[in-house]
Design a protein around this ligand. Sequence first.
Ligand code: DOR
Length: 419
Amino acid sequence: MLDPAAQRPVDLAADVRIQGGRIVEIGRGLVAPRIIDVKDLWVVPGLIDLHVHLREPGQEYKEDIETGTRAAAVGGFTTICCMPNTRPVNDQRAVTELIVRRAKEVGCVRVRPIGAITHNLDGKHLADIAEMKEAGIVAISDDGRPVMNSGLVRRAFEYARTFDLPLVQHAEDLDLAEGGSMNEGAVATRIGIKGQPACAESAMVARDLEIVEWTGARYHVAHVSTARTVALIRDAKRRGLPVTCEVTPHHLALTDEACSHYDTRTKVMPPLRTTADQEALLEGLVDGTIDAIATDHAPHSPVEKDVEFECAAPGMLGLETALPIILDFVRMGSLDDKRAIAALTGAPARAFGIPGGSLAIGAVADVTVIDPERPMTLTPETIASKSRNSPFMGQKLAGRAVLTIFEGKVVHDLDSRLR
Ligand code: DOR
């Protein structure tokens, strides 16, 4: 058992007894009417992903709540937070309620919606945050559309503080980014694609941190991708500001070299960066500057991806490959197993102030069983997501969730252990 947030020893060989959808006992030699033998595997709290695009309502040809939550269960996640850039945008109670209701009907994993900061993501008029909060949002964000207007960001922070919600920023100064499709640097120059500079991200984070200091509101930086952003957040945390952040598996695993062949599956926002950035991200994850690992699972169809690099929509899938990619860093010895699991469980729960992330007695039984060495290859035939836009498609990876238990119910059972 690996439970970094627990009071008991983090690393323990023990039985977990589940009854009535809750964890009721942890210890040796427990008895129960039905036993699932997972000896020698890792039993961890159900994984939590703070950054997922489910595309429902409105773009169900890419993904929907059923396929997206299925992909989450296969990936070992029991809670996912979904971004508001749906159609219509999740900027009002009715849309939040629809997402919550659909997710409950499907019943695969828990979906916690993130509401928009501005109406229709227009960057001008604040959305109906109070009523979305009542309907169940856990944060606000205009993800994919950074909020450029500083005055509006200030008001949004003040509003978010009133409702004790974190404001999640997709940090990209659009004037600095100038519509660049990848990282600005040697690779972009070589292949003739317009890039956007790393400072497009860090400049917005620097601005936001000034406003956080002024307002005292909670700030969460989505998909941190540059060394400079990591340094700014490290400093802000040292100063005691209420700041958290996340990194994606793809920004840890890939650099802009991956774009060399114009493969649109490598086009993401923020873009894949340099080796120096990659190293700083890993260092930030190891020392806790970066709180959480989040996938930014962004399904797209061939309509958006089978086009020229500069015309392609940014985004790649993440839910089904996050674990093996992260476990690769553990295998290489550059990331501790406990830190890796903490960044996928307790730390994201704390960042958004949501329950879960620990195998505590009395807690809802969200449990994931991981085989850290289990080979896995994402293929179009076996993928659970509706989309295919992953640069890891066809690659031999290792480490995966073999069992995912959500509220005491098995929602993913790779080896049919229950039969
Ligand atoms: O790569 C991305 N895709 N970055 C974003 O911020 C938005 C996302 C999407 O919605 O596809």
